[in-house]
Design a protein around this ligand. Structure first.
Ligand SMILES: NC(=O)c1ccc[n+]([C@@H]2O[C@H](COP(=O)([O-])OP(=O)(O)OC[C@H]3O[C@@H](n4cnc5c(N)ncnc54)[C@H](OP(=O)(O)O)[C@@H]3O)[C@@H](O)[C@H]2O)c1
Length: 253
């Protein structure tokens, strides 16, 4: 049964979708452990949510690429909250838009280590605790890039196909456990994502010019909806796009 204050771990809560998810779950009474590399952002957010909603919230340094950092994060959840109920595997990034023959090792390394290794380390570390808690939900931030490819997207798309495969596999592996598994797979959401990908605020602004992208709160709302449904209902996958986006190269401006 869902406890009065479920404990949610959110990776990449310093900006964008992770930050918005922290805010929306805090409104619903969740206790929160928020992680990111920009530690001052997550500690400030945790303090703000704690005083605004009367919940317990902690922000701490987390690098999902580093298994020691991941294990320390999960240990902190255990010692401070005594349980883990919900994991939001949100931390992720794209780097560059170069075709495969021109892309750099560093771009690949960043995407693979964050979007693949990070998700694996974090999920493996949390599963025993979620099982022990007796009620839980694991979320993945996939993407429409896990459902179709585009020029210049081979490795980013590959990482999101991977996330989709892991979330689908977990539904087999956790069958019989009181744990739900949901992948939320957005199209264009205006966050820091394109600034990080393109290394330029100006180029990122151009991505969304003349169209109305989703905002981080739209995605957070999907997470709240899926976790608030009755326990027997599992939303496998949510594909969500702006009305102005029919496909990767098909945007109404
Ligand atoms: N925005 C979109 O259009 C879109 C569409 C589909 C899917 N997504 C997915 O949604 C997720 C969130 O993206 P967003 O749009 O919210 O982007 P964002 O605004 O750039 O936020 C990404 C978050 O991930 C964190 N992060 C990155 N590397 C990390 C690491 N090694 N360890 C811990 N945290 C790390 C960042 O924090 P620090 O830099 O402080 O560590 C930041 O908080 C990603 O998985 C992304 O692939 C986004």
């Amino acid at each position: 049964m869902r406890p009065e204050h479920p404990v949610a771990l959110i990776t990449g809560a310093s900006w964008g979708i992770g930050e918005a998810t922290a805010k929306i779950l805090a409104e619903s009474g969740f206790y929160l452990l928020l992680g990111a590399r920009t530690v001052e952002k997550v500690t400030a957010l945790a303090d703000e949510l704690q005083s605004k909603h009367g919940i317990k919230a902690i922000g701490t340094a987390l690098d999902v690429r580093d298994p020691e950092s991941v294990n320390a994060f999960v240990e902190l959840a255990k010692s401070e909250f005594g349980a883990v109920h919900v994991l939001v595997n949100n931390a992720g990034l794209a780097k560059g838009t170069a075709c495969l023959e021109d892309a750099t090792d560093d771009q690949w390394e960043q995407m693979i280590s964050t979007n693949i290794n990070g998700v694996l380390y974090m999920t493996r570390a949390c599963i025993p605790l979620i099982k022990a808690a007796g009620w839980g939900h694991i979320f993945f931030l996939g993407s429409v890039a896990g459902h179709g490819v585009y020029k210049g997207g081979s490795v980013y798309c590959g990482t999101k196909y991977f996330v989709r495969a892991v979330s689908e596999t977990l539904r087999f592996e956790l069958l019989g456990e009181p744990i739900r598994v949901t992948s939320v797979d957005p199209g264009m959401v205006e966050t820091q994502f394109s600034v990080v990908r393109l290394d330029s605020k100006e180029k990122a602004d151009a991505v969304y010019r003349g169209m109305q992208p989703l905002v981080a709160e739209d995605i957070a709302e999907c997470i709240r909806w899926a976790v608030d449904l009755p326990d027997h209902v599992n939303i496998d996958q949510i594909i969500i796009r702006p009305r102005d986006q029919a496909g990767f190269q098909k945007v109404q401006r």
